[in-house]
Ligand binder design. Structure first.
Ligand code: SAM
Length: 340
């Protein structure tokens, strides 16, 4: 970008730059540059003692606070509907665009790319659905890539957002669980996905073994890669298949878990009796469900009933909002006697 400029001998460069800045004469939207033994400063007007000339300068990047600052939507009312939150998984952004804004989907994608220099692809994402809990995606901007490297708490994970479930919003919850695990525990991650809970536990605790089970072939492939990548093969055993069958097989082999993770909101309740077959008195179960605040007590009653009253709920953690007054909730459960 062109600007008026002055040429200052290098030994006076910094002092002059500061003085011009104080006086509001220095152009702060452009980078000064060096030529031989001179500093070339972009200025707004003449400076006494220096010859004024015109030169080319590199503009400083515009500081963008949010993608909303740069999105090209002419209608101010519609702009108010822009989502404030979205997920960033590695170098991919996932946003849920409301129907009313669908005609501006490209502009929204481009604005997200502009606002986040580290983002290379943007997708509109529908809520997770189906047995594999994956999302329908719509490409918005950048590269058409769905696989990315995601990092949390020093763990590196390959994630393919088109093929497996993944939520960066659970990272603190994963760490919370890992910190509860005592030395030598046998842990079963019944719905492991690409293994984020298992990896966190294997990295931040010292379990005897973590059995990471998932029915999604693609998730299992990624889990294997991720366990190798983080050098945790000696602590995690990955198993592909239906966890209700696999836990029963483990139970028949005499395995009794110290801790079970059931991260399958909307579905975990059906699997609680299976989890109990591989439990003992004192087993902890971290059971995830999406529940309305007002339904929490009913849900606890339900869990007690299906487990023949052999469990107590010892903690409730609301992890993230799912809908107004509805939360992605973890019920920390303890098995209070040997299940029948
Ligand atoms: N724990 C992972 C995480 O936090 O990213 C994944 C959780 S995701 C909500 C639920 C996972 O359960 C999916 O990866 C899905 O494939 C898997 N799943 C669904 N039904 C299953 C079953 N019967 N047996 C094993 N895995 C199952």
């Amino acid at each position: 970008m062109k600007s008026a400029a002055i040429r200052v001998p290098l030994h006076r460069g910094e002092e002059t730059r500061r003085k011009l800045k104080r006086e509001g004469i220095l152009r702060e939207d452009l980078y000064p540059k060096r030529e031989d033994n001179f500093l070339i400063l972009p200025v707004t007007r003449e400076v006494e003692g220096f010859e004024l000339f015109e030169d080319e300068f590199r503009p400083k990047e515009e500081r963008i606070n949010t993608y909303k600052d740069v999105v090209e939507i002419p209608d101010e009312e519609l702009k108010k509907l822009l989502p404030t939150s979205y997920d960033m998984i590695g170098d991919i952004a996932l946003i849920k665009i409301p129907q009313e804004l669908k005609k501006y989907r490209e502009e929204i994608g481009k604005a997200l790319l502009k606002a986040h220099k580290n983002i290379r692809a943007v997708y509109h994402a529908e809520p997770v659905s189906g047995e594999l809990r994956t999302r329908k995606l719509e490409f918005l901007a950048g590269e058409r890539k769905t696989r990315t490297l995601y990092r949390e708490y020093g763990i590196e994970m390959e994630v393919d957002i088109a093929k497996v479930f993944f939520s960066p919003r659970l990272s603190r919850e994963r760490y919370r669980i890992a910190k509860l695990v005592r030395d030598g525990e046998i842990v079963i991650d019944m719905f492991a996905g690409c293994a984020p809970f298992s990896l966190m536990i294997a990295k931040y605790a010292n379990p005897k073994v973590v059995y990471a089970i998932d029915i999604n072939k693609e998730a299992v492939k990624l889990a294997v890669e991720n366990v190798k990548r983080n050098k945790l093969l000696h602590k995690i055993e990955i198993m592909e298949g239906d966890s209700s069958k696999i836990v029963q097989e483990l139970a028949e082999k005499g395995v009794r878990a110290d801790r079970i993770i059931m991260n399958l909101p909307f579905g975990a309740r059906e699997f609680l009796p299976d989890a109990l077959t591989v439990s003992k008195k004192g087993t902890y179960i971290h059971y995830y469900a999406i529940v309305r605040e007002s339904d929490i007590e009913n849900h606890i009653e339900y869990l007690k009933k299906v487990s023949n009253n052999c469990i107590d709920v010892v903690g409730i953690n609301k992890i993230k909002t799912y809908a107004p007054r509805e939360f992605y909730t973890c019920f920390d459960i303890i098995v209070n006697r040997k299940p029948a």
